[in-house]
Write a protein that binds this ligand. Structure first.
Ligand code: ATP
Length: 394
């Protein structure tokens, strides 16, 4: 259908960026980015009608559109464009351009390939900058020597792709990157953009290498000079990597835990500054502070806990991020198991005895009511196959 719309409109159409790279590498990638050599928005509107897609969202300003075919299938469509920077790190000036211009504005050769998907040259790989060769040689290469200066977020992106695929920085690219860092260009990225790029890097599998790059090239120091990526942090990151199931069970993002691990040794004042720079909410910071304040006590309680209710009492008021942090930092198998018991079981249990059960039992509402319900709930946690009758009888 893309082919048909292209034919009707007389415009060339390409898959671009990450999906082309990953197709060649044989890796799954669900982000379908399409570039039209022409009017991306009009193309998207016609495509929506022909596909009978659910909806299309357009951004006139950027000449882009998203065609939502189904909830789990979205096509990002853009017009091919030419971008140039009036001065380093400025926002780029954007004009219509051809596919070659569109590839030239990209970060690395491996991300600057396009696969034509129209009837003019269906299946043709457009590769002006040697991306295919660099994929084979496992190299991250910029397209020109000012790339990192124009957009220093590419420094973090270089580490992301090198770490993810186990690639090396190509020799000149590494020199340009180091120079950009020495000349202070990392400082010129806005903090939200740094956070955005770090979030993606921190979400990747096989993080260890990415963390080493960030440490070696002084990105951590840029966030705060007192971040020391030491052996303990490295081990904590490795332990975090083994907790994928647990993280997805509690729906907590891996990148958030990585931030907490690397910020661990900062003093309160410095930590608050970093949290603010990265826009962490006050609510989150409060929960974090409380959890850290309670950490020693929680550990003592967990150590001596021998009933489910003891574990529950120790962890019930603590945010899940801190609970997982404690799990990561603690070596004792026994503590880890107790925490896992809380996460997978205890935190999911609903009280069987409710207010109405006490009323039915002839008890009058009052201050003690809540306390009684809590005591019943603790009993429920400690008995096997609990039923209302069993709990009330205890
Ligand atoms: P991932 O698989 O992690 O999503 P991706 O290559 O799709 O990788 P995105 O950040 O989604 O990465 O970017 C999509 C494409 O847009 C890239 O492949 C690249 O061509 C281009 N791109 C993104 N950010 C930049 C940038 N800062 N400078 C130049 N090109 C960029």
């Amino acid at each position: 259908i893309v082919e048909a719309v292209s034919k009707k409109r007389g415009e060339r159409v390409f898959l671009v960026g990450g999906i082309v790279r990953d197709l060649i590498l044989g890796i799954n990638n669900k982000d379908i980015d399409i570039v039209v050599e022409g009017d991306g928005i009009k193309f998207a509107l016609e495509l929506k009608d022909m596909l009978g897609a659910k909806k299309v969202k357009t951004h006139e300003k950027f000449k882009t559109a998203v065609v939502v075919v189904q909830d789990d299938l979205k096509l990002d469509i853009a017009s091919s464009r030419l971008e140039y920077y009036e001065y380093p790190t400025s926002l780029p000036v954007v004009e219509y351009g051809n596919i070659r211009d569109d590839m030239y504005r990209r970060d690395f050769s491996i991300n600057a390939m396009a696969l034509e998907i129209d009837s003019y040259n269906f299946g043709k790989l457009i590769d002006f900058y040697g991306g295919y060769e660099d994929l084979a040689a496992k190299k991250i290469r910029v397209l020109h020597n000012l790339s990192f200066v124009e957009d220093p977020t590419r420094i973090i992106r270089a580490f992301r792709f090198a770490a993810r695929y186990g690639f090396e920085l190509e020799k000149d690219t590494e020199i340009f990157l180091k120079n950009a860092i020495t000349d202070g260009f990392l400082k010129k990225i806005s903090w939200p953009r740094v956070k955005q790029e770090l979030e993606i890097l921190f979400s990747d599998k096989n993080l260890t290498r990415g963390m080493e790059y960030l440490n070696e090239y002084k990105v951590f120091v840029e966030i705060n000079p007192n971040i020391k990526y030491d052996l303990e942090m490295k081990k904590n990151i490795e332990r975090l990597e083994t907790l994928e199931d647990l993280l997805s069970f509690v729906k907590i993002k891996k990148w958030l835990l990585v931030f907490l691990i690397i910020l661990e040794n900062l003093k309160k004042k410095e930590l608050d500054l970093v949290f603010n720079k990265f826009n962490f909410s006050n609510k989150f910071i409060e929960k974090y502070d409380y959890g850290i304040l309670m950490r020693e006590k929680i550990l003592d309680q967990l150590e001596s806990a021998d009933k489910n209710s003891d574990i529950y009492k120790a962890l019930n008021n603590i945010s899940m991020e801190i609970i997982i942090l404690i799990h990561i930092q603690n070596r004792k198998k026994e503590i880890k198991l107790k925490i896992e018991n809380y996460i997978y079981n205890l935190s999911k249990i609903k009280p069987l005895i409710r207010g109405e059960d006490l009323l039915k039992n002839g008890e009058l509402p009052g201050i003690e009511f809540k306390e009684k319900l809590r005591v019943y709930f603790m009993k429920q946690l400690d008995i096997e196959n609990p039923t209302k009758e069993k709990i009330l009888k205890m």
